[in-house]
Design a protein around this ligand. Structure first.
Ligand code: ATP
Length: 476
């Protein structure tokens, strides 16, 4: 299947089966915002739950949930006020608005496709060193890059556009009441460094993990959940002694890579992309992205950054509060370095969904048919088991409902008695349910059920009182 149509098929399945809906769809939708439906919310919660457990169910990391609205000085200290912006350009004819760097990147990609490698490399060089609005503008004009929709080459100058959403606290809408919806959760963690340290009696090295909504007024929001205006992040800031930071940076790169693999993500769909030393943010000592091969190409999934003591020092300067750590044994005093792991919950959701999606040809006897299946790892699957009576009579529905109710105390399961058993399997395959439990005539005499595995489609027979053990050993 062509790549765009794969993405279209995934978006359509996501809507039809209740994973993701467009926000305020009945009013025509709101760009860059999405709603999670009955199955989507289960998947999203499972992703967040797994991240939370892997991060905070250990002795050296504590959790936090800081507020979305923060003191505006936060964003001056963090640098977001001055530099959290994208270069933007408008087309005079179509009135379309684009990110200037993205327009150029897409142009470079087209040059590669046409085999114009020398030209592509020279434009890439200019893009890599572009800083001022005029740098982007002159590339677009010199190369004659057209509006991708209308083909027009009539451009306005490039302007920087701050991505933070502004609002006001209290009834008066003037600058003194201006606040911003946070564009990342990390700053809430930095300003709470002392609180987290002192209240939890942690010692450096230790970390603070947080999951929460962030907001960015992104210019381009195409590709479904990849880049949205409202999204959820899962970020962890690990505070280390200067000098021990490199070791911890290596450690967290490996941990985060393995987390994706442990949830069944295909290794060939993941790659590490180092930020070369000359392209690092001025304060950073090391940065790597974990990228995923989305249907539209490689895209960042998570960033692991060695942020040095930049953030704490800036907040120390702007708040005039000491954000130092005192080692109680050696009496050393220092501002810790920070290793950050930052991943989007919603972007991970999209990656797990794309990675799980498959359309397979299956043969049953003479017949060949297609089945759509989501190969979610059992721990992430929204529904853990479908529970079916083989037929709607002879006490089978009652026995199946009883099993379903028993399992629901611990796991999300779904009872289904409508249609042929094959159709019911397909419905569960399409939403990634790893197991289907069927009650048949034998169940009523020998108390056994069949368990059908989603991926192999093989069936096994087990005693009904062992179902919980079976699920526990396969899911947890
Ligand atoms: P990108 O350039 O891909 O938008 P970024 O480098 O600005 O990402 P960070 O600020 O490092 O991203 O944010 C950390 C993580 O948060 C990203 O790796 C991504 O998973 C997620 N994220 C960032 N912006 C968005 C967004 N607009 N929509 C969904 N997820 C996002």
């Amino acid at each position: 299947m062509a790549k765009q149509s794969t993405l279209d098929a995934i978006v359509s399945l996501a809507k039809r089966r209740g994973f993701v809906f467009q926000s305020s769809e009945i009013y025509g939708g709101l760009n860059g915002c999405w709603d999670y439906g009955p199955l989507g919310i289960e998947l999203l919660r499972n992703i967040k739950e797994s991240w939370w457990k892997s991060m905070t169910y250990r002795d050296d990391i504590v959790g936090l949930d800081s507020s979305i609205l923060m003191h505006p000085r936060t964003w001056e200290a963090s640098g977001h006020m001055d530099s959290f912006s994208d270069p933007m350009i408008d087309n005079k004819q179509s009135k379309g608005r684009f990110r200037a760097d993205t327009l150029i990147e897409e142009y470079i990609e087209r040059l590669h496709k046409k085999g114009k490698e020398v030209q592509a490399a020279s434009v890439q060089d200019r893009l890599d060193t572009a800083v001022a609005p005029e740098d982007y503008y002159s590339i677009i004009v010199d190369e004659g890059i057209p509006d991708p929709v209308s083909g027009s080459k009539e451009w306005t100058p490039v302007r920087y556009f701050n991505l933070m959403f502004k609002t006001f606290v209290g009834p008066v809408e003037d600058e003194s009441a201006a606040v911003y919806l946070r564009p990342e959760t990390a700053q809430g963690t930095f300003v709470n460094f002392k609180n987290a340290l002192e209240s939890s009696r942690q010692k450096v090295p230790f970390g603070v993990a947080q999951i929460g909504k962030s907001f960015r007024n992104e210019i381009n929001t195409k590709y479904f959940l990849f880049r949205t205006r409202e999204f959820e992040q899962m970020e962890m800031e690990f505070f280390t002694k200067p000098g021990e930071d490199v070791e911890w940076y290596e450690y967290w790169r490996e941990q985060r890579w393995n987390w994706f693999l442990s949830h069944g993500m295909k290794e060939e769909s993941l790659r590490l992309k180092e930020h070369p030393a000359d392209k690092l943010a001025h304060y950073a000592k090391g940065a790597v992205d974990i990228e995923y091969l989305f249907p539209f190409g490689w895209g960042e999934l998570e960033g692991i950054h060695n942020r040095t003591d930049f953030d704490l020092k800036r907040h120390q300067e702007f708040s005039s509060k000491k954000l130092e750590y005192v080692d109680t044994v050696t009496r050393e005093r220092y501002v810790p370095y920070v290793i950050e792991t930052a991943v989007g919950a919603s972007r991970s959701f999209m990656a797990f969904l794309c990675d799980a999606y498959d359309v397979e040809e299956i043969s049953e006897g003479e017949k060949t048919e297609e089945r759509t299946v989501l190969h979610f790892s059992p721990s992430l699957a929204p529904i853990k088991a479908g529970v079916f009576p083989l037929v709607k009579k002879d006490g089978m529905p009652e026995a199946a409902k009883e099993i379903h109710q028993r399992l629901q105390k611990h796991y999300k399961t779904q009872y289904d008695e409508s249609g042929a058993i094959g159709r019911r399997y397909r419905r569960q395959d399409e939403v990634g349910t790893p197991f289907c439990i069927t009650v048949d005539g034998d169940t009523l005499t020998d108390s056994t059920v069949t368990i059908r595995h989603r991926d192999s489609m093989e069936q096994e027979r087990i005693s009904a009182d062992r179902i919980e053990d079976f699920l526990r050993s396969h899911i947890d």
